[in-house]
Write a protein that binds this ligand. Structure first.
Ligand code: FAD
Length: 431
């Protein structure tokens, strides 16, 4: 009787284990937490969200929304659990992080085909295996993977935003609103005048940052740039980024503030809020000093400060096939952020595909590549066909899909057409 090893019960590993088990194949799921943790995890639950509680856009008007819909249709445990534990977040799918992880843990652990083994894996196992140990893979296994792949893994930094206790926010100074009043009003907005903005920017730029570890070269991924780095880029950079005021007119005055900082609900009880886009590497004391300059946050209590972490990924264009199989070994799969997909949903999606293919292999069936017209297939194609030299992690986006036969100028119609095409191709593929 054939079984499959899955290493790591994060976003990708939990999804992979679920897919294999659902295909009727036995799974041995290895997870090192809680005996050994990473720099970013805080619990022993599977699929812990290490930073934001948002799984981003949920409509078919954006690629990550289409990806979610594809995953629902492919019986994803991550997306169905997110749907079950969602909290209000405008057009996004945000979750109560504790219930979300508890739900995934319960479903995977209680599956009759899954055996969970609490253990750190330090060597690449033989037999059909999915490695999904994430951007913070423990160092011994990271060394083993580097040795196996025969090429350097790289490092870059990721940054996490601070979380605030809502009861310490001055509600007279902030207002509830979603940008352009889309969906339910879900964000608390802290408006700033021009003078306040400039004083704040100055404080951000001059604040003290935590020391960088020397073995890791400083390299930011654009999507997760620390706010102080963004502030230093230019006077207007934040105003076109996380402090953009358009669509956020103050309902009391009808006027648009010079700048706005948004707070997003972080748990179902709405007792915690995170500062949207404010990943930071400032020292914790400095975070308190600078972020308390934000109108409404003068007395805010930070339940978690922003942090920065190592984030490693492989040079997949040279090392992987679009089935997430290693080029060197048919029965070895990699999945999740370590393959160069970027984000919670993207990580889970790669785990889904790797898991389904590992199960097919165990059942003696041919592995299956997903069509490039689907978002899940476009990600797998991108990370295995991008230019290897400058390979950077990638979020799901419509730009990865093959062009439409004729150019549609209206963006809304174009995206809708791409979304429909993706779901049609998905329905025609058996996996
Ligand atoms: P993980 O979810 O990290 O899962 C890997 C699992 O493997 C963990 O449970 C770990 O304990 C286990 N493990 C590691 N080594 C071993 C071993 N040797 N043996 C056994 N088990 C092992 N994405 C977003 O979409 N939004 C965000 O806000 C966001 N913020 C991030 C913040 C930080 C600090 C980091 C590092 C990443 C962030 N990401 C974010 C990127 C990415 O989406 C997450 O890292 C995501 O968790 C990746 O999923 P994964 O399954 O690849 O890895």
């Amino acid at each position: 009787t054939e079984f499959v090893n899955v290493i790591g019960a994060g976003l990708a590993g939990s999804e992979a284990a679920w897919q294999i088990a659902e295909a009727g194949v036995s799974v041995r799921l290895y997870e090192m937490r809680p005996e050994k943790s990473t720099e970013a995890h805080h619990t022993s639950d599977f699929a812990e969200l290490v930073c934001s509680n948002s799984l981003r856009g949920n409509s078919l008007a954006n690629a990550v929304g289409v990806l979610k819909e594809e995953m629902r249709r492919l019986n994803s445990v991550i997306i169905t659990s997110a749907d079950e534990t969602a909290v209000p977040a405008g057009g996004a799918l945000a979750v109560d992080r504790d219930s979300f992880s508890a739900t995934v843990t319960k479903k995977v652990k209680e599956h009759p085909n899954v055996t969970v083994i609490s253990e750190e894996i330090t060597e690449i196992p033989s037999g059909i295996t999915v490695i999904a140990t994430g951007p913070l893979t423990s160092s011994k296994l990271a060394d083993a993977i580097k040795a196996y792949n025969g090429s350097d893994g790289f490092y870059f930094y990721d940054a996490a935003a601070p979380i605030i206790d809502k009861s310490t926010i001055d509600m007279d100074k902030v207002y509830l609103k979603s940008r352009y009043d889309k969906g339910e009003a879900a964000y608390l907005n802290c408006p700033m005048t021009k003078d306040e903005f400039h004083a704040f920017r100055e404080a951000l730029i001059t604040a003290e940052v935590a020391p960088l570890k020397t073995f890791e070269k400083e390299k930011y991924f654009e999507g997760c740039m620390p706010i102080e780095v963004m502030a230093a880029r230019g006077e207007k950079t934040m105003l076109f980024g996380p402090m953009k005021p358009v669509g956020l007119e103050d309902p009391k005055t009808g006027k648009r503030p010079y700048a706005v900082i948004q707070l997003r609900q972080d748990n179902a009880a709405a007792s915690l809020y995170n500062i949207v886009g404010f990943q930071t590497h400032l020292k914790w004391g400095e975070q308190k000093r600078v972020f308390q300059m934000i109108p409404g946050l003068e007395n805010a209590e930070f339940v978690r400060y922003g942090v920065m972490h190592r984030n490693s990924f492989m040079n997949s264009p040279e090392l992987l096939r679009p089935t997430y199989q290693s080029v060197k070994r048919d029965d070895l799969f990699f999945a999740g952020q370590m393959t160069g997909v970027e984000g919670y949903v993207e990580s889970a999606a790669s785990g889904l595909l790797a898991g389904k293919n590992a199960a097919r292999l165990a059942l003696g069936q041919a592995v299956q590549t997903m069509p490039k017209e689907t978002v899940i297939g476009s990600m797998a194609y991108y990370i295995t066909h991008a230019e290897g030299k400058h390979f950077q992690p990638m979020n799901a986006n419509f730009g990865l899909l093959p062009e439409l036969p004729e150019r549609i100028r209206d963006k809304k119609v174009r995206y809708q057409t791409l979304a429909e095409r993706a779901l049609t191709h998905l329905a025609q593929t058996e996996i």
